[in-house]
Design a protein around this ligand. Structure first.
Ligand code: EPU
Length: 417
């Protein structure tokens, strides 16, 4: 798929089922190597990042088998602990294999993940915490070599919240000697999913809803089956798609309890969102209202991954909105494309965007430069008059199973070429 074509301005109607969560699936799949058994992970989304993780597990020695949405991982053999450069550059989040491989093999060699288009994304917190757990890091020609004579529990205090660093410490701590505590731990639902899976495997993790996680190291883990929860970011993208195009949709399996900040903001814009046991009903107003001040925050605040789709929606809301990005410094890269479509947006520094709502956007040829920005361009295209053509779709495929299929189910005129 090279480009997505959207004929916008058609109100959405109908229902769509939300896929499993990318950011929950990736660490859970990495965690499967901490057992010498088989795990079955249900509801794994069929997206490029999960295929990449499958291939990585395969290259480490696991036998990975997919049946529809379910992945069976036989981790009885892990004979490789060198992760080639492409593994990290192809998918930055493969860094979560650092903690898992240390737990399984006591050593790992991998490239340093560099910055990426949404920001610098250092891993100093991962390294500092693992050092406190008796891991030694050395520079080699193949990247960093991390090894341990035996992982030891430690008291870790993070100065700011990091999803990836919290995941790496949890993965290293479950088989470590002694107890690990993580103060200032991330509280995202993806952390909860990882801990639920590991506890099913026999780990002893508590406090993972609270920001203060306690992990009692155990001698060994066994395989387990686990169902990946639905993707709150995909659900939020389609919710915003409905606000941009207008209409009335049902997002089946959308995890409403994880989406309070998104539902709250949609309500402030004038939308009606009704939570049901099996999803969320969304009804768009005649004209959206602007949001005077929105800031991205760690969970349960407004997620950075939905900041770009929100900006795309606010482009046609009535009034002036101010959006502040507090997590990643380079997440306004779609602004020039939205401006090409007629949006009135001023970016102040790298962290703030001021959006003055216009009546309508006009379709244009635009290009996805990263995953969530690409999805946001699709949101903008749904509301724009005329045709929007989005290039760079490989970025969107990293996190969305089939955005065209899903939005067509809601009545959009969207197809890929
Ligand atoms: N940070 C550091 N040092 C570290 C780690 C993080 O300074 O060692 C900073 C980052 O630069 C950033 C902040 O801490 O400013 C938060 O980063 P975090 O570590 O929480 O992000 P991440 O684990 O790299 C995950 C998701 C992202 C999501 C963020 C924030 C996965 C695979 N990725 O990234 O998702 O935006 O948490 O919620 O779970 C996406 O799905 O498109 C995506 C980018």
């Amino acid at each position: 798929m090279d480009s997505i074509h959207i004929h916008g301005g058609i109100p959405l109607q109908g229902q769509v089922t939300i896929q499993g969560s990318k950011n929950a699936a990736l660490p859970v799949l990495a965690a499967t190597i901490l057992t010498k058994d088989t795990s079955v992970i249900h509801n794994c989304p069929r997206i490029a990042d999960v295929y990449h993780m499958q291939a990585l597990l395969d290259s480490l020695g696991c036998k990975v088998c997919r049946e529809e949405k379910n992945l069976k991982i036989d981790a009885s053999q892990v004979y490789q602990n060198v992760m080639p450069k492409e593994a990290i550059t192809g998918m930055r989040s493969s860094v979560v294999l650092l903690g898992a491989l240390l737990g399984r093999c006591r050593e790992v060699t991998m490239e340093y993940p560099g910055g990426c288009v949404i920001g610098e994304r250092p891993i100093d917190m991962h390294i500092g915490a693992l050092r406190a757990m008796n891991v030694v890091f050395r520079e080699t020609s193949q990247g960093m070599h991390a090894f341990t004579s035996g992982l030891k529990g430690a008291d870790i205090a993070f100065h700011c919240s990091s999803v990836g660093a919290t995941e790496n410490v949890i993965l290293a701590a479950v088989l470590a000697e002694g107890t690990t505590t993580i103060r200032g731990a991330a509280r995202e639902p993806e952390i909860v999913a990882l801990c639920e899976y590991l506890n099913k495997c026999g780990a002893a993790i508590s406090g993972y809803h609270t920001g203060m996680i306690r992990i009692e190291g155990v001698k060994s883990l066994h395989g387990a089956s686990y169902r990946i929860p639905s993707d709150r970011i995909v659900a939020g993208t389609y919710l915003f798609g409905c606000l941009a195009a207008g209409g009335n949709v049902f997002l089946r399996d959308a995890p409403a309890q994880q989406m309070c900040s998104v539902i709250f903001r949609a309500g402030q814009m004038g939308a009606m969102c009704q939570e049901a046991p099996d999803g969320i009903y969304v009804q768009s107003p005649e004209r959206l209202r602007a949001l005077p001040a929105v800031r991205t925050e760690v969970y349960p605040g407004f997620p950075t991954d939905l900041q770009s789709p929100l900006v795309a929606v606010l482009a046609t809301a009535d009034g002036v909105s101010c959006v502040e990005e507090s997590i990643f410094e380079d997440r306004f890269r779609i602004v020039p494309y939205l401006q090409l479509m007629g949006a009135d947006i001023t970016v102040r520094g790298r962290r703030c965007a001021c959006v003055t709502g216009v009546d309508t956007l006009a379709g244009a040829a635009v290009c996805a430069e990263e995953l969530r920005g690409g999805a946001a361009l699709a949101v903008a295209g749904l509301g724009a008059l005329g045709e929007t053509v989005i290039g760079g779709c490989e970025f969107i495929n990293r996190g969305y199973e089939n955005i065209c299929r899903d939005l067509r189910e809601l009545g959009a005129r969207i197809y890929s070429v």
